[in-house]
Design a protein around this ligand. Sequence first.
Ligand code: NAP
Length: 307
Amino acid sequence: MRDIALVGIGKIATDQHVPALAASEDWRLVATVSRSGTVEGVEAFTDFDAFLEGRPEVGTVSLCLPPVPRYAYAEAALRAGRHVMLEKPPGATLAEVQALARLADEAGLTLYATWHSRMAPGVAPARDWLADKRIERVAIDWREDVRRWHPGQEWVFEPGGMGVFDPGINALSILTAILPFDIHVQQATLEVPENRQTPIGAEIALSGNVRAVFDWRHEGEQTWRIEVDTDAGRLTLSEGGHRLTIDGAEQGPAAGGAPIPGEYPALYARMAELVGAGASDVDLAPMIHVADAMTLGRRETARPFEF
Ligand code: NAP
């Protein structure tokens, strides 16, 4: 077992990272760093430098902060000789993640830019099935309620918070894992509430006849679906990649329930593998599409939004 510290004890750390680490055979959670959050029974630091100085033997840190503050922590950790695991999206900008990848490489450390949705059980079988098909059309429908999944998290609407692309990038992480060819953004529309900095709704057209709709104002049944029409029928990944059907026929057990279980244990198993192999895994493809949509997107003003 290897020692690990968890940094930024907020929603995702509490919901997913802590239980995944508690069940892991690879990792022992020995410290947390957070200004306010703690984990029962685990040594708690409120300052990252104090942790780095005080616990030099903890070889790995997992950063669960929002993307904007995360870079400074990742850089400090790598400079202090620690392996680093990044929540998605891996940073606030592409260049800062590239800089981290270079730092890790030069220091012989592991940097893992995680994409939790890629670990959903339907994703690998979908990729395998699509590998030899002719893909005619792809439709992404990603609609959820921001108040439910990001209660009171003002940072999602601040610059660098990505707005609706914070969940939308999960769809793009799946898409870029299952398609057998590269794609690029051709057109985008971004709906930005008049009192906010980031979109609450977006539509993107990509090459390869790919269309994506992202909406954060959806209060009914939450929808995380990708449909791929091929010369051999329609593949549908729903429930965020946990359910796979081909022409309506269930492939493997239908998951049901909340989408995320299983994803974070798989991320930590992969991190253990990477550290063991002395390797890194930094795939920026999903974030490139978001950055391109933000660059190319036509802005429309939407109604003001308050949590
Ligand atoms: P969060 O609860 O708002 O923030 C996580 C923690 O980061 C906070 O509790 C806070 O801890 C620390 N933090 C926030 N702003 C900071 C700052 N400026 N400087 C230093 N620390 C700061 O966010 P979250 O929902 O867990 O999301 C964190 C990351 O996980 C995001 O990149 C998100 O995309 C990803 N994620 C979230 C979900 C979800 O359902 N929410 C799902 C999957 C992935 P302290 O104040 O105690 O220091």
